[in-house]
Write a protein that binds this ligand. Structure first.
Ligand code: NAP
Length: 490
């Protein structure tokens, strides 16, 4: 049976839900959300590892339309964020729009509508298609010779095996990214020992975390302006952090001082300090935030091997320096496929142009939101919308507001289909590459998931959030052309 709708949203995470709320506000009533899993939540449904939390304060990491006076701590844990999203979904009636266990198989523009098929066998026809699949959901597990011979439990941080008993076990962890700095301090509490394979040392800075007192939450419930004010203040402070990435000396020195103080407060051995000292400019990779990481590394049962993994032979893990470690459990904290995600998306637009062809020389989208050759298609958290300094929720909100305005204009002017202006997209892409060419992410002396296989940074927005918000607010229908539409009754 074929379903038909005005707007089909792929993914029921933060961005898909925000899009659905905005589209309804703009008068689009017929909306469907396809979700590959059995619940909403995206990242926050998938990541259940011990210690999972957001490294952006919760009052900022919430929808502007649904502030939450009840956040229990400054930096909420993953389960609380998931409960928040579920509540938003219930309050807004969004569960009724969701079709679970429906992973996108293919999407094809037929000249009037998007024709979509799911792995679950559903067929959809939709006037608008919105990709809200997020950037960080395909676990990346390195292809290490002999890994299959490891006899014990082995799993990725985003596919945590809660059945595996970690107490009194020898655990090997590969990777020292944002996920590992959260779960290592937790598992170290009960493990016999934890050995961490660190290919590149991260900068890990402390953060002002802690519970929010019940009386404060009560006050927030009674005076809604207060959580809004708190959100605004955090936003402004975090905008300031952009100066570190711009290389402003005073801010870089401040950040370096904070990092060094945190390291030296926990680690007294000069050689260990040296092993934990990054060899690139601060900001080149994501700056991590944790109050527990360095104290965990100071524990007697935690050891850092400052090398990657060369091979695995049974329960022996052999590092690139030749040292061998025995382990009962192996945990990959090795991140996600980001810039190569397109290989898995079968989407084709006008003249059967595939996304793979359109992105053959790197991911690109005008304003990070719409792709030339793909009518009535929007992508949330697309190329050049990631951030290192502030909350991506703000970027999603700027995108959906822009899409909302465009939908309004189309309705008002009776336009059925639009396609992004190719020249404007080319100029936006060029601007991004120019701005990135001497940025810390490109020239800071590191390799990161922000870059694609050719070394281009196609993921991050180089400016502040306020710059992006302004840019999106000033961008309207001039970014698009009416697309020839071959009729259709939607
Ligand atoms: P990640 O930051 O990409 O870190 C992956 C780690 O695995 C890095 O230390 C990397 O080393 C290492 N690695 C990868 N391949 C390896 C190999 N073959 N051998 C040895 N080490 C290897 O991944 P993540 O920690 O899962 O985090 C991904 C992103 O998710 C974050 O940057 C962040 O945006 C998001 N996240 C956010 C939060 C939050 O609180 N908001 C929490 C968790 C995750 P190299 O550095 O040498 O490449």
């Amino acid at each position: 049976m074929e379903h038909s709708t005005d707007m089909l949203i792929i993914g029921a995470g933060f961005s898909g839900l925000t899009m659905a709320i905005e589209a309804r506000k703009r008068g689009i009533r017929d909306i469907a959300i396809l979700e590959k899993a059995d619940d909403i939540g995206g990242t926050w449904r998938e990541n259940t590892y011990p210690g999972v939390a957001c490294d952006i304060p919760s009052h900022l990491y919430s929808m502007a339309t649904h502030l939450n006076p009840n956040w229990s701590r400054a930096y909420a844990g993953g389960a609380e964020i998931q409960e928040y999203l579920q509540k938003v979904c219930r309050d807004e009636g969004l569960y009724d729009l969701c079709h679970f266990h429906q992973q996108l198989k293919s999407a094809h523009w037929d000249g009037a509508c998007w024709q979509v098929e799911t792995e679950g066998g559903q067929r959809w026809s939709a006037r608008f298609l919105v990709s809200a699949i997020g950037a960080l959901h395909l676990p990346s597990i390195p292809d290490i010779p002999g890994a299959e011979s490891f006899p014990g439990p082995k799993f990725h941080s985003a596919q945590w095996d809660h059945e595996a008993d970690l107490a009194n076990k020898s655990i090997a962890v590969v990777g020292t990214g944002a996920s590992a700095v959260q779960f290592v301090p937790e598992i170290a509490k009960s493990a016999a020992n934890v050995t961490i394979f660190q290919r590149t040392a991260p900068y890990v800075l402390p953060r002002p975390d802690g519970p929010i007192a019940p009386w404060v939450r009560d006050l927030y419930r009674r005076v809604p302006a207060l959580p809004r004010l708190r959100r605004k203040l955090i936003y402004l402070i975090f905008e300031y952090r952009h100066r570190v990435f711009r290389g402003e000396e005073r801010m870089v020195n401040f950040a370096m001082k904070m990092w060094r103080k945190a390291l030296e407060a926990s680690i007294s051995d000069p050689e260990e300090r040296q092993r934990l000292t990054p060899d690139y400019r601060i900001g080149c990779k994501r700056i991590l935030s944790s109050n527990d990481w360095y104290p965990a590394l100071a524990r007697d049962n935690v050891h850092v091997i400052p090398h990657g993994v060369a091979s695995i032979e049974g329960n022996r893990i052999i590092a690139t320096d030749g040292s061998q470690t025995q382990a009962d459990v192996l945990i990959w904290g090795t991140g996600f496929h980001v810039t190569d995600v397109v290989d898995r998306l079968d989407i084709s637009g006008t003249d059967e142009l595939t996304l793979r062809e359109a992105w053959a020389d790197g991911m690109k989208a005008n304003l990070g939101t719409a792709i030339a050759g793909f009518p009535n298609f929007f992508i949330l958290l697309g190329p050049h919308t990631g951030l290192g300094h502030n909350s991506v929720v703000l970027m999603i909100e700027a995108q959906v507001r822009h899409i909302g305005w465009v939908l309004d204009q189309m309705q008002r002017d009776g336009i059925r289909a639009i396609t992004p202006d190719a020249a404007k997209q080319a100029s936006f892409t060029q601007e991004m590459q120019n701005r990135h060419s001497d940025s810390v992410w490109q020239a800071g002396g590191c390799k990161s998931w922000y870059q694609d296989a050719e070394g281009r940074n196609t993921t991050l927005w180089p400016g502040t959030v306020s710059e992006y918000e302004k840019r999106m607010a000033q961008s309207g229908m001039e970014q698009y052309h009416p697309a020839p539409s071959q009729g259709g009754d939607r």
